[in-house]
Design a protein around this ligand. Structure first.
Ligand SMILES: *Cc1c(COP(=O)(O)O)cnc(C)c1O
Length: 394
């Protein structure tokens, strides 16, 4: 196939290869499990977001199969035409109840939920105040909204307030937005202080709880519950793709806000709704969160065990406070080399470099789940130690 017009893309890839930043996709050949087969090799899997092991939970599988039998494999339409099924409505009610809010709306992904919502609720007269490490889907939503974007240094409440003072007399609406748990560092946002600022300066407060739902708060209700800020956060986003084990994203807010999103959020209007199996799986997952609280206890017990092991070995785990624990290496190439050698030795922990994290902060990222055994985690620590010593990372 002639590709003259696209040669520049091949050139870009060559540059990545030269810099040793080219990454092949790893292929998962089994279920998403704590020990799984990738690229023909069995490895201890520290790279999934499958916090509670729900991707393979029998109740979720059964719900999916039953939904296929009863409702088929696809919804056949966008939500606003013919693609709103009873299962979608049931899921949204379940989520609203779980999060203790008036209403919720489900999107095809957490990415679509963030991007679609920020774009829909703001316009070019408005201003967004955003943590510098917020997720890419928030950043894209901000850009699509055409609002002015003011970025504050990571978790810096004082800097955030300074921006709010500077723009105090500015017209337009203000949106203060943050991740609840930050996906690359595993630290928790200073929500109580940010919520106070939002109240003091008249901002809409929005939180992206992708990594905290199913992880923090009672039964995994997220950071709003963790900090007991119910009723003080205007918009909460969550994902069905991580702890919930399926696929999708959701927005929680007032009934009117959700109704507005039905009319204006572009992914809701212009992209087909979930297959019934995904909605049914997610409904079953919220039941499991209520019925099997020991999963979250096991997640945190494993997190504590693994983090202590890493600290004892002398790894730099940054500011992590959650099951996401980065092992910070520094430059991009050595971080990727660390990841490659770990994989060969039997541990899958993805290397992450620029532009996903800032220059000089390259790392491998580890995420433990509720379903890892302590033997598996001990073995992972041994392998991490051996490879890191060889590469002089510790
Ligand atoms: C993963 C993630 C998303 C996107 O969720 P998906 O359902 O995978 O699209 C959004 N925000 C944050 C903070 C995330 O980590």
């Amino acid at each position: 196939m002639p590709t003259g017009q696209l040669q520049y893309l091949a050139d870009e890839l060559s540059k990545l290869r030269e810099q040793k930043l080219y990454q092949k996709l790893r292929i998962l050949e089994t279920e998403q499990l704590p020990v799984a087969n990738f690229d023909g090799q069995e490895v201890i899997n520290l790279s999934s977001n499958n916090y509670l092991g729900l991707t393979t939970h029998p109740k979720l599988k059964e719900a999916a199969v039953q939904a296929v039998e009863e409702f088929g494999v696809g919804s056949g339409s966008v939500r606003t035409i013919a693609g709103t099924m009873t299962l979608h409505m049931e899921l949204e009610e379940k989520i609203a109840k779980f999060k203790q809010v008036d209403a919720s709306v489900v999107f095809q992904s957490g990415f679509a939920a963030n991007a679609g919502t920020v774009q829909a609720i703001l316009g070019k007269e408005d201003v967004i105040i955003s943590d510098e490490l917020n997720h890419a889907s928030i950043i894209d939503g901000c850009r699509l909204s055409r609002a002015e974007i003011k970025v504050f240094p990571h978790k810096d409440v004082e800097a955030c307030e300074k921006i709010l003072q500077e723009i105090q007399d500015r017209g337009g609406r203000k949106l203060l937005i943050t991740d609840g748990v930050f996906s690359m560092d595993g630290d928790i946002a200073p929500l109580p202080a940010l919520v106070e600022l939002a109240e003091k300066y008249g901002c809409i407060m929005m939180i992206d709880d992708a990594h905290s739902s199913g992880v923090l708060g009672r039964h995994g209700r997220g950071t709003v519950d963790h900090f007991n800020l119910h009723g003080r956060v205007d918009i909460q986003v969550g994902t069905l793709s991580k702890a919930i084990g399926a696929l999708g994203g959701y927005v929680c807010s007032t009934r009117d806000t959700i109704d507005f999103l039905h009319h204006r959020a572009r992914p809701f209007l212009f992209s087909t709704s979930h297959p019934p199996s995904v909605a049914a799986t997610s409904i079953a997952a919220f039941d499991v969160l209520e019925q099997e609280p020991q999963l979250i206890e096991e997640l945190w017990a494993n997190t504590k065990f693994f983090k202590e092991g890493l600290k004892n070995l002398g790894f730099n785990t940054g500011l992590s406070e959650t099951p996401i624990t980065p092992l910070i290496v520094g430059e991009d190439a050595p971080a990727h080399e660390f990841s490659r050698q770990l994989f060969r030795a039997g541990v899958f922990a993805q290397g992450i470099g620029y532009p996903t994290v800032p220059h000089g902060k390259a790392r491998i990222r580890t995420i433990v789940t509720a379903t890892h055994t302590q033997e598996e985690l001990s073995r992972a620590l041994e392998i991490l130690e051996a490879v890191a010593r060889k590469l002089r990372i510790i």
